[in-house]
Ligand binder design. Structure first.
Ligand code: PLP
Length: 500
């Protein structure tokens, strides 16, 4: 009865009131203006083509969409690593159906059972269905701290400074939320950048302060450019609070040297900028001449660790795990005012805790099966297979793209992307302008409709004025990626013909 009355009330309001309470005009305008290219117009069109292909399989000259728009490895065929999934399953199963079942050894290796027991102990008997501490399960944070210490050659890491997060994204959101205190607050972000930064700043009502990466110098950033960008922002009244460094780069794929990182550390320290070190691709380094150096290590070696506020993000979504859907990751805070850190903890607490499967994946990412245990060799072999294939694809795609006339693509030293520059015909630029879009989007939509390949227009990441192109992942499996490279070429020729 009450429900009937409520529904009647709702109908009356719809009939007599002026309209819905929330309209495009009355809603949060920051949210409305926020853009997120990797799931933007081209992807929406790709999704609708996927639906059309289901009902009418011959409506396009291809049978399926090849999604290269997003770094989501499992969605394009990467297999999950077996051992982490075994442990995760055992952690989730009730004891009697899993770790304590008399037949468990028939289905699961002993090191998966042992590890699941340890994780269950960390959960203090609550199991994986309970909220954890808002910074994440203590035992897992201790494992992450050990991993960081080992990675950085023994520099201390305090588990109390670690927050387990739903992917890196939530951590990034928390820190940016803490930084944007007024509409004049700004954050320096690389151009091109991964659009979570521009999107979050738009949502929070902060200012984006772009610094250009130099494509001609393997996407490095010069100190002159950083100083120029900061000065320019100050000149327009922006109170610059923080600096984002993405290493290895997305969409640009560069792996920075220790000296280059140390320069950024010095710059941030000199100007009291919080350094947000986005290090989610730390395992994805393919160039044998390059190694990943964390900002923390570079700062420590430069004797500057205590002299700046640094936050580093990592994730289970990338690397070799590619477990994007688990939403696992962590952030480490270094040098923060304890009162500010307490506020960040309060913010994390408002979300109660990050997802437990993500926390478990984070644990397994930082600590695999021990050498000599039953699963060790097969686990390492599976990891090497994925890594070696990514490395081959990184080389193959860059080489293939560079063979197309009018394309130029920097080496993908790391991460999962190629970001070619494409010379666009003048007529295409004019056509895009007439359609009220940019030539990158026109190109990406044309590529999608001709070949089924879904890329992201370069404009979505930001770029030098006059530059055009797109970002593609090299995540589809090797044969499919080879075909994609062929199709990039075929489409480009058709596009040139159309707009000659
Ligand atoms: C540079 C960078 N940072 C952060 C993220 C966020 O990923 P997640 O929230 O899945 O960890 C991504 C995802 O693609 C990324 O490329």
């Amino acid at each position: 009865m009450i429900r009937k009355l409520a529904f009647f009330g709702f109908l009356l309001r719809r009939a007599y009131a002026t309209g819905p309470g929330l309209t495009l005009e009355t809603m949060n305008q920051n949210m409305r203006n926020m853009e997120y290219a990797v799931r933007g117009k081209v992807v929406i069109t790709a999704d609708s083509i996927t639906s059309s292909l289901k009902s009418s399989p011959t409506s396009y000259p291809f049978s399926k969409i090849i999604y290269t728009n997003i770094g989501n490895p499992h969605s394009v065929g990467q297999k999950p690593l077996t051992w982490p999934r075994q442990v995760l399953a055992l952690v989730d199963l009730p004891d009697e159906a899993g770790v304590d079942n008399p037949n468990v050894s028939k289905l699961f290796p002993s090191d998966a059972v042992e590890r699941a027991k340890v994780l269950k102990e960390y959960m203090g008997g609550c199991g994986s269905g309970a909220y954890s501490h808002s910074q994440g399960i203590r035992g897992i944070r201790e494992e992450v701290a050990e991993f960081i210490e080992e990675r950085d050659g023994g520099i201390k890491c305090n588990p109390d400074d670690l927050f387990l997060t739903n992917g890196a994204s939530t951590g990034i959101g928390h820190i940016l939320t803490a930084c944007i205190s007024s509409p004049t607050s700004g954050v320096m972000i690389p151009i091109p950048q991964y659009p979570i930064y521009s999107a979050s700043l738009a949502l929070l009502g902060g200012k984006q302060v772009g610094y250009y990466l130099d494509e001609g110098k393997e996407w490095s950033a010069s100190m002159e450019e950083l100083e120029r960008s900061l000065e320019e922002a100050k000149g327009r009244g922006v109170d610059v609070k923080a600096f984002v460094l993405i290493n290895p780069g997305n969409p640009t794929g560069q792996v920075l040297s220790k000296d280059a990182i140390a320069d950024v550390v010095k710059f941030c320290s000199k100007h009291s900028l919080i350094l947000l070190a986005d290090e989610v691709y730390q395992e994805n380094v393919y160039d044998p001449k390059k190694t990943f150096i964390s900002c923390k290590k570079a700062a420590s070696d430069a004797g500057m660790l205590g002299q700046l506020e640094l936050v580093s993000f990592h994730s289970t979504s990338k690397g070799i795990f590619g477990e994007c859907g688990r939403r696992g990751g962590y952030m480490e805070l270094t040098g923060f005012d304890p009162d500010v850190q307490a506020q960040i903890y309060k913010l994390a607490s408002s979300g109660l805790c990050s997802g437990i499967p993500g926390q478990v994946m984070t644990s397994l990412m930082v600590k695999g099966p021990s050498p000599g245990s039953v699963s060790y060799e097969s686990y390492e072999k599976e990891k090497a297979t994925i890594f070696d294939s990514l490395k081959r694809r990184a080389i193959m795609v860059v080489e293939g793209l560079n063979k197309i006339e009018g394309f130029s693509c920097q080496p993908a030293e790391g991460s999962m992307y190629c970001f070619p520059k494409v010379e666009m015909p003048k007529k295409a630029i004019e056509a895009a302008r007439k359609e009220g879009t940019n030539v990158d989007t026109l190109y990406a939509l044309s590529l999608l409709e001709a070949t089924g390949i879904c890329v992201v227009p370069a404009a979505g990441f930001g770029q030098e004025p006059g530059r055009a192109g797109f970002r593609t992942t090299f995540l589809p499996q090797e044969e499919e990626m080879k075909q994609a490279v062929e199709l990039f070429k075929v489409h480009h020729e058709q596009f040139l013909e159309k707009y000659k």
